[in-house]
Design a protein around this ligand. Structure first.
Ligand SMILES: NC(=O)c1ccc[n+]([C@@H]2O[C@H](COP(=O)([O-])OP(=O)(O)OC[C@H]3O[C@@H](n4cnc5c(N)ncnc54)[C@H](OP(=O)(O)O)[C@@H]3O)[C@@H](O)[C@H]2O)c1
Length: 284
């Protein structure tokens, strides 16, 4: 039996799609905090189980009979380390034999503010004694693609990553890797640094966007502070604006770069090119 938390999220749904190409739906448990909102998952034939990180009492039933668990990191920044500890403890009690955790690229050395909770979660996992695999996921290209609409509206692509090279990949690439590891063999104990095959700067991103849209969209580099202020001005909550600005400042120092090509090795194909994600976004 396979289970994944965060099954209702964007990555989780893509992992399920991939997993169902490898195993029967009856062997997949989609652990979600709102089963009433997961009718589409139930329609796939997978078992939908209640699992709320903040209600540890729900986790024991969610993981009953599960051999392999994918713990998709929570989206609730600031609460994640304790939420993940609760999941790991419940999985251990339930007798789960392998936990696969989605961490952050180079989590052990990353200057990103996001790294702290991932480091704590990785430490909890290694201390648990349960066999594990750590998938240190790099940036989703979709994170930057989300800025395409505002960039087209304002005639500039803004950021604070300067000339930092970014080895992002499509969310679907990371999902395929997670399904491959979950259903595969010989991964226990491995820590994978997952990133796109090719890297780009945000100036490269803006140039490709300009080429595809037929509009001149230059990249405008801001200080971390000014970028955060611009994001707040655009309506982003302060905490997310700070996180994005901090991540871009980290990218300027190379924190989102990796050339190990472990992601394409895991999925057995090249990662999705930047141009493909931009084209898909422009079509929406
Ligand atoms: N590598 C990157 O570039 C990048 C970017 C963004 C996020 N991430 C990380 O990767 C994870 C997956 O990405 P994503 O795009 O799939 O994010 P997402 O769509 O926001 O999905 C997050 C999932 O976490 C679940 N969740 C949040 N709080 C929970 C709780 N208390 N109990 C149970 N489940 C809870 C959500 O459930 P609901 O559906 O009920 O809300 C959702 O299923 C994120 O959560 C985040 O940790 C990585």
């Amino acid at each position: 039996m396979f289970a994944l938390t965060g099954a209702s999220g964007q990555l989780g749904r893509l992992v399920i799609d991939n997993l169902l190409t490898k195993v029967a739906p009856s062997r997949v448990a989609a652990a979600v905090r709102r089963p009433d909102k997961a009718a589409d998952l139930a329609a796939l034939g997978v078992q939908v189980r209640l699992a709320d990180y903040d209600r540890p009492e729900t986790l024991a039933d969610a993981f009953a009979g599960v051999e392999r668990l994918l713990l998709i990191s929570s989206s609730e920044v600031g609460k994640r380390a304790s939420q993940h500890r609760a999941v790991i403890a419940a999985a251990k009690r339930a007798g789960v034999k392998l936990i696969v955790y989605t961490s952050l690229l180079h989590a052990d050395a990353s200057p990103l503010g996001l790294a702290g909770e991932h480091k704590e979660s990785e430490a909890a996992l290694t201390a648990s004694g349960v066999p594990f695999v750590i998938l240190r996921n790099g940036w989703y290209t979709e994170n930057y693609a989300a800025s395409i609409a505002p960039a087209l509206a304002h005639g500039a692509f803004i950021g604070a990553a300067a000339d930092g090279r970014i080895s992002s990949a499509a969310r679907a690439d990371y999902a395929e890797a997670a399904a491959a590891v979950l259903a595969g063999e010989s991964h226990a104990g491995r820590i994978y640094e997952l990133a796109g095959d090719t890297s780009y700067t945000l100036s490269d991103f803006a140039a490709e966007l300009s080429r595809q849209s037929g509009k001149s969209i230059p990249y405008k580099n801001l200080t971390e502070e000014d970028y955060k202020a611009a994001l707040v001005g655009a309506g982003l909550p302060e905490i997310f604006a700070a996180l994005y600005a901090d991540s871009d400042a980290g990218a300027a120092k190379g924190a989102l770069f990796d050339d190990g090509r472990q992601l394409s090795a895991l999925i057995g194909r090249p990662t999705t090119p930047l141009a493909t994600v931009i084209a898909a976004t422009l079509k929406k």
